[in-house]
Design a protein around this ligand. Sequence first.
Ligand code: SF4
Length: 325
Amino acid sequence: MAPKPAIPRPPKTAADTQKILAALSTQHPNADTELRFGNAYELLVATILSAQCTDERVNQVTPALFKRYPNAAALAAATTDELEPQIQSTGFFRAKSRSLAGMASEVVEQHGGDVPRTMEQLVKLPGVGRKTANVVLGHALGVPGLPVDRHVLRVANRIGIASAEDPETVEQQLGKSLPSTDWTRASDTLILHGRRICKPKPLCPDCVVRPDCRYYRNVVAKFGPAGGRIARVPTVPRRPEPGSWVEEGRAAKARSVRVGPGPSSGSPESGPLGKERRAAKPEIPSRGRGPRSGSPESGPLVKERRATKPARHSRGGGAPREVKK
Ligand code: SF4
C-alpha cells in the first residue's frame, strides 16, 4: 500500500494557532453546540438532521421525535414513510429518514443499541460522515473530536491556521497544532466566529484576531471586505471606429438576430415601466475564463474565498452534503 501523503503545513505555527484560538475564545466564551440533546443517540439523530438545516430548526423538530423514538431500537422499528412527515421541515427529508432508519438499525444490530465510541465504527453507520462522528465523539462521548464544517473551513483558511480545501486535511492540520483536549472547543469557537463575525463577507473591524489574520492583511486591508471585487476599476466598453468593418459586422449581426417587433403594446414589458425595468436590470457577469493572474481576484486567497462560498442547493429529497452546511 502506498504511504499516506504528508499533511501540508499551514502558514501559522502550532504556537500561533493556540494563541489565536485563545484570543477567539475570549470573543466567544460560551461557544458550544447549539443542538439540544440528552445523550449520544439523541445527538447523533440531531446532527444527521442538521445537514443543510439550521440548529434552531432541528431543535424545533427533535423534542417530539425523541419522545416518540426514545432510543435506537424504537427508531429502528420506524418506517421511512412514518419518519418523513415528522422531519420534513429540516429539508432533504427523504434522504434523512433513510439515514435515520438505517443508522438506528445498524446501532441495534451491530452495537447492541449503544452508539459506538470510535470514529471507525461511527463512519460506517448510514448518514454518518467524519463531521457528524466528530460532533458525537466530542460533545456526547467525551472522546476528542474536531468537527470541520463550512465555517471552520472558511475561518481557519482565512486566518492561516489551516491551508486546505479538504475538511479532513483541515481537521488534521488543526488537530496537530492543538492539544486533543481543546479540539471540540476549538471547533465550536471557529463555528461561532464564522457565524457571527467571519461571515462570507467578514466583519473584520469587530474581530479580535485581525492583526494575526492573513486574509485581513492580504485581501481586506488592500481591497476591502468584498476582496478584489470592489477594488476593480470599472472598464469603459470600447466602441468600434465609425464606418469600420467591426461596426458594420455588428450592425449586420444585429439585423440578422432581430426576430420580432419587441414587446407588444400592452404587454408587461412595454411602456415606460417595462423600459425602466429593463434599464435597471443588473448586468449578468460573463462566465468566461475568470480573473487574470495578477489581478486582485486571482491567487490562492481568493481561490479560498471562492471555494468556501456555500453552494446553492434545492431543498427536497436529494442527498444532504455534510460540509456545505
Ligand atoms: S480579520 Fe476578518 S477575515 Fe480575518 S478572521 Fe477576522 S473577520 Fe475573518
